[in-house]
Design a protein around this ligand. Structure first.
Ligand SMILES: [Zn+2]
Length: 425
């Protein structure tokens, strides 16, 4: 009898633990009290609810999904009516692939709750009481803060951001890298070619975290990039009088007459050590810059201008040349094709797609050959384009800009350890 008593204590504590959710296994129990243990454990291990997960297939109606998952026609149509009437669900605007969760009592085949995940932060919850369905839309708030990331270039910008922000998901790190290269610095730094080991950056960027843990990087509010000891700051400032979103430390717009590169950074497939790239089949003694990118990648006009040349030109293959103001010309070679509507005499605007990367002419792999000419002479884009800066902020906004700049750049200098929250936000 004494033995049995010990066993009972063991069973009761096991059940208590299982109910608390702390235990998920069923240890062997002595045969003597097997019956009680079975009952207890069954009771503890069987969930009171069944959950069923499904996703809406392309072209499938919600009613069809609900029926496929075992709901009766009548119940499904009542649930849908609640969704449209109580929760203003528009049945024509339900995303394909939408996750649907159905919750039913263990003993019941009809669900008592259906959750439609319309977006990361938006669900419609349908609840059944008896035969009556009611619907409710629930917003799940994102939380937003501002983070600082500081890194040093060892090979390229992707690797530097990865190393400096290991706690951000990979997609957020990529988004941050592209934002730095393509949004903040695209007029000043060619991130695929200008960087050297030892160059460094500090970036303050908005971060939003979804209820499911997904992370989105919003705008960069301030940053510094130091290349060979020279720092270019970028401060986000809402100006009424000037063009552009970012201004450097001297209050000049980061937007200028020329983009630093004819391909957006995110499109370039090789961002390091490209000058001696073995597969490019570089023309001897050529005076241009080569960008490796997939065939068909859109090529952008680096500035406003007029097309003065379009067609085949020996080693260049398909070539396009644009005349800009002040004696500048830009050339784009090895193109697979030209964009629609591009002809000699066409006016093009900065960043407009003018052609597509190819490997025509003397090229063994797809890449863009790019040249800058000033008064008919080829010049190094790194030297000639980086000198051009944008317009200064208007006088009336100068004081406001200066105080925003001082505050943001001051905060950007705070000690950083991995992904660090900006103190004031
Ligand atoms: Zn070339």
């Amino acid at each position: 009898m004494k033995k049995l008593g010990i066993v009972r204590i063991g069973v009761y504590s096991l059940v208590a633990l299982a109910l608390a959710g702390a235990l998920r296994f069923t240890p062997r129990l002595p045969d003597t009290d097997a019956k009680a243990a079975d009952v207890m454990i069954t009771q503890a291990a069987t969930p009171a609810w069944k959950l069923r997960y499904d996703t809406l297939e392309s072209g499938e109606s919600l009613a069809k999904l609900l029926q496929r998952d075992g709901m009766s026609d009548e119940s499904a149509s009542h649930a849908l009516r609640a969704a449209t009437e109580d929760a203003t669900l528009d049945p024509r605007r339900i995303p394909a692939g939408m996750p649907v969760t159905m919750k039913s009592a263990a003993a019941d085949s009809e669900p008592s709750e259906v959750t439609l995940q319309l977006a990361i932060d938006r669900v419609v919850r349908l609840t059944r009481t008896g035969d009556t369905w009611t619907g409710k839309e629930v917003r799940l708030p994102w939380t937003t803060d501002t983070i600082i990331v500081a890194g040093t270039i060892t090979s390229n910008l992707y690797d530097a951001v990865d190393a400096s922000a290991p706690t951000l998901p990979a997609s957020a790190r990529q988004q941050l890298t592209w934002t730095i290269a393509d949004d903040v610095y695209q007029y000043r730094i060619d991130m695929s070619r200008d960087l050297q080991p030892g160059d460094s950056f500090r970036v303050a960027a908005e971060r939003s975290v979804a209820p499911n843990g997904a992370v989105r990087i919003g705008k960069v509010v301030a940053s510094t990039f130091t290349l060979s000891g020279k720092t270019i700051a970028a401060v986000h400032f809402n100006s009424k009088g000037s063009s552009g979103e970012y201004y450097d430390q001297d209050g000049r717009s980061m937007r200028s007459a020329f983009l630093r590169a004819p391909l957006s950074f995110r499109r370039i497939s090789s961002v390091f050590g490209m000058r001696e790239h073995p597969i490019l089949g570089i023309v001897r003694a050529h005076k241009g810059t080569d960008y490796a990118a997939a065939a068909g990648t859109p090529v952008r006009a680096i500035g406003d201008g007029v097309v003065v040349r379009k067609g085949w030109s020996n080693g260049y293959g398909n070539l396009l040349e644009i005349r800009h103001r002040n004696g500048f010309h830009s050339r784009y070679g090895h193109l697979s094709r030209f964009a629609a509507g591009i002809h000699v005499g066409s006016r093009v605007t900065q960043a407009e797609t003018i052609a597509y990367v190819g490997s025509t002419g003397l090229a063994t792999g797809p890449h863009l050959h790019f040249e800058i000419l000033v008064d008919g002479v080829q010049r190094d884009p790194r030297k000639i384009l980086a000198q051009i800066s944008g317009d200064p902020i208007t006088k009336s906004e100068r004081a406001a800009f200066d105080s925003v700049r001082d505050m943001l750049l001051g905060e950007l200098g705070q000690p950083v350890n991995g992904v660090t929250k900006l103190a004031s936000r």
